[in-house]
Design a protein around this ligand. Structure first.
Ligand SMILES: [Zn+2]
Length: 498
C-alpha cells in the first residue's frame, strides 16, 4: 500500500542526466507513491518531512536476474560447475513447506533491501506450480514491501537437457538431474490464471519466464510469446550461460542455424519483450541481431564466475549497442544480492578483452543497473530515475560512511567503493521499508529465529541430497571438462601458459 505525502528534504539527488559526480541538493515531493516534484526548497504543505541532509539519494537499484528458491542454500556450495551445482541445488528448492517458502522469500528480499535494491526480478523455480505457493510468495513480497517482477519459470523439456550428450549419462544420473517433462498447457494455464488472480499493480509486476530455449519445445515458446503479448509482459530466459550450451545449439538446433537466438526468432520470441540472461558465450553476430530486434541481455558476472561458466564479453556487448541489464542470480551461485558488486565487475571486466583505457564508466553502469534493468521489466519511465512521474523507489546513502571519505565522485564511489554499508534508508512505492538501518515492515529478529528453526530440517535434507547424488558428480565433471576442452571458435579471454 502506498503511503501518503512525503517530502524528502535536502539530500543530494542523483540525476543520470545531471552532474553524476556532485549531484545537486534538492527536495523530492512524493504523493501516493509517486514522485511529483524534484527541486530546491519545495513546500512541505502538510507532507511528512524526511530529513536527508548529508545523504546521497539514488534511484532504487533493480536486480534484473534473481531466483528466490535457493536463498537458504547460501554458503553451502563452492567449487562446482553449473551442471554439478544444479544437481545439488534443484531438489533443495522443490516441494518445500509454505513456512519455508515464505522464509526464503523474505530472506532474499531482506538482503536486497539492505543492499539498496528496491526491485527484484524473481525467476522462481516454484515446484509444484500451484496457487498456494504463489500466494505465499506474493504475500511475503507485499509484507516486506520490496517491488517484485514475478516470473515463475516454465519448461517442458526435462532438466537433463542442460547437459551436452545427456544420452551418454547412466539412466540413474539422468533421473537425478530430472528426466521427466511437464505438460505445456498446464503451465501456460497456471500462468494465465495467476496473472488474473493477482493483478499487477502497486509493487507487484509479472513477467513470463521460459527456463531456457533448449528446455522448451516450440509449442512452449509460442505459448509464452502469446501469453506475454496478451498481458503485455516482458520475457526472461537463460541463454548461452555455458560453453556446453553453444555446442547443444550447434548439434541439436541445426534446423535453426545452430543458434538459440534463431530458434527463438523462428518461434516468434526475438522481439522487444525478450531479455536473455547470461550470454557469456553469445557470438558477435547474435549480439547484433539482438540489438537490431531491441531485445535485451542481462549479465550476471558473479554467478558466471562462481559456477565456472566464463566471462561475458562486456566490450563487444557494449559496442553492439544491445540494451543491457545486470543481475545477481542465485543466492547459492554468487552468493550475494549486491548490485554494487555486479556494477564493479561490469566496469572492471572490460580490461579482460580490451586493455585500452576507455569505457564502460561508472555513470554508464549505473544507468544499466537502473534504467536498463527497468526496461527489461517493461517498467521504463516508472522506475530507475528520480524524476516526476516515476515511482518513489529510492535509496538514501550515508555520506559519512568511509566509502565517501573523501567524497570526490558520487558515481565512481557508488560503483567502485560502496560495499552496501552506506545504505541507510530505503523507500519503495513511497513507503519507507528501511529507516536508519531498521527494517520497518517485518520483524527481522523473528525471521532470524524462524530461519534458524527451519535450517535444522533443511540441513538434513541437504546432507541427504549430497550423499545420494555424489555418485553423479564424476559424470558432471567430465561433461564440464569436455566442453572446455573443445574449440568453439570463441576467445577464452584469459591466457594460460601451461
Ligand atoms: Zn538464473
Amino acid at each position: 500500500m502506498a503511503a501518503g505525502n512525503t517530502l524528502v528534504r535536502g539530500g543530494q539527488v542523483y540525476d543520470h542526466d545531471g552532474d553524476v559526480h556532485k549531484p545537486k541538493v534538492a527536495d523530492i515531493l512524493i504523493q501516493n507513491g509517486d514522485i511529483v516534484s524534484v527541486g530546491p526548497n519545495l513546500s512541505a504543505d502538510g507532507a511528512e518531512v524526511v530529513d536527508a541532509s548529508g545523504k546521497l539519494i539514488i534511484p532504487g537499484l533493480i536486480n534484473a536476474h534473481y531466483h528466490s528458491h535457493d536463498t537458504l542454500c547460501r554458503g553451502l556450495f563452492e567449487e562446482l560447475s553449473l551442471e554439478m551445482w544444479l544437481l545439488y541445488t534443484l531438489p533443495l528448492g522443490a516441494n518445500r513447506s509454505q513456512e519455508e517458502i515464505r522464509a526464503r522469500t523474505l530472506v532474499g528480499a531482506l538482503e536486497s533491501i539492505r543492499c539498496g535494491i528496491t526491485t527484484v526480478q524473481d525467476m522462481l523455480g516454484l515446484a509444484p506450480l500451484d496457487d498456494e505457493g504463489t500466494d505465499t510468495v506474493i504475500k511475503a513480497y507485499k509484507d516486506i514491501g520490496i517491488r517484485v517482477v514475478f516470473a515463475p519459470m516454465v519448461w517442458d523439456v526435462p532438466p537433463v537437457a542442460m547437459v551436452r550428450n545427456k544420452d551418454d549419462l547412466p539412466k540413474d544420473v539422468q533421473e537425478m538431474l530430472g528426466a521427466t517433462g511437464r505438460p505445456v498447457k498446464d503451465q501456460i494455464d497456471y500462468l494465465d490464471h495467476q496473472f488474473n488472480r493477482h493483478k499487477a499493480g502497486g509493487t507487484l509486476h509479472w513477467a513470463v519466464a521460459p527456463f531456457a530455449p533448449q528446455r522448451c519445445t516450440p509449442k512452449m515458446l509460442q505459448g509464452c510469446c502469446e501469453l506475454a503479448e496478451k498481458h503485455n509482459l516482458g520475457i526472461y530466459t537463460h541463454v548461452y550461460e555455458t560453453r556446453g550450451q553453444v555446442l547443444i545449439a550447434r548439434e541439436q538446433f541445426k534446423d535453426h542455424d545452430g543458434s538459440l537466438i534463431s530458434y527463438m526468432e523462428n518461434n516468434g520470441m526475438l522481439n522487444p519483450r525478450l531479455n536473455i540472461v547470461h550470454s557469456v558465450w553469445i557470438s558477435r553476430k547474435e549480439m547484433d541481431r539482438m540489438a537490431a530486434a531491441d531485445a535485451g541481455i542481462v549479465l550476471n558476472h558473479l554467478s558466471n564466475l562462481k559456477l565456472k561458466s566464463g566471462i561475458a564479453p562486456v566490450v563487444d556487448l557494449r559496442e553492439s549497442g544491445v540494451r543491457l541489464g545486470l543481475g545477481c542470480d542465485n543466492c547459492s551461485g554468487s552468493d550475494v544480492q549486491s548490485i554494487f558488486q555486479a556494477m564493479k565487475l561490469f566496469c572492471l571486466f572490460s580490461a579482460v578483452s580490451e586493455p585500452e583505457p576507455g569505457p564502460p564508466l561508472a555513470h554508464q553502469v549505473l544507468r544499466h543497473a537502473t534504467l536498463g534493468n527497468a526496461r527489461t521489466a517493461g517498467l521504463q519511465g516508472k522506475i530507475g530515475a528520480l524524476k516526476p512521474g516515476h515511482k518513489a523507489d529510492m535509496v538514501m546513502i550515508d555520506l559519512k560512511d568511509t566509502a565517501y571519505l573523501p567524497y570526490n565522485s558520487a558515481a565512481r564511489q557508488l560503483v567502485y567503493t560502496e560495499a552496501g554499508r552506506g545504505v541507510e534508508s530505503v523507500m519503495v512505492d513511497g513507503r519507507m521499508v528501511m529507516k536508519e538501518r531498521k527494517i520497518t515492515t517485518i520483524d527481522e529478529d523473528g525471521l532470524r529465529r524462524e530461519v534458524q528453526d527451519l535450517m535444522r530440517h533443511f540441513i538434513k535434507d541437504y546432507d541427504d541430497v549430497v550423499a545420494t547424488r555424489k555418485r553423479a558428480m564424476p559424470y558432471m565433471l567430465d561433461a564440464h571438462r569436455k566442453v572446455w576442452a573443445e574449440d568453439i571458435g570463441m576467445h577464452r579471454f584469459i591466457q594460460r601458459t601451461r
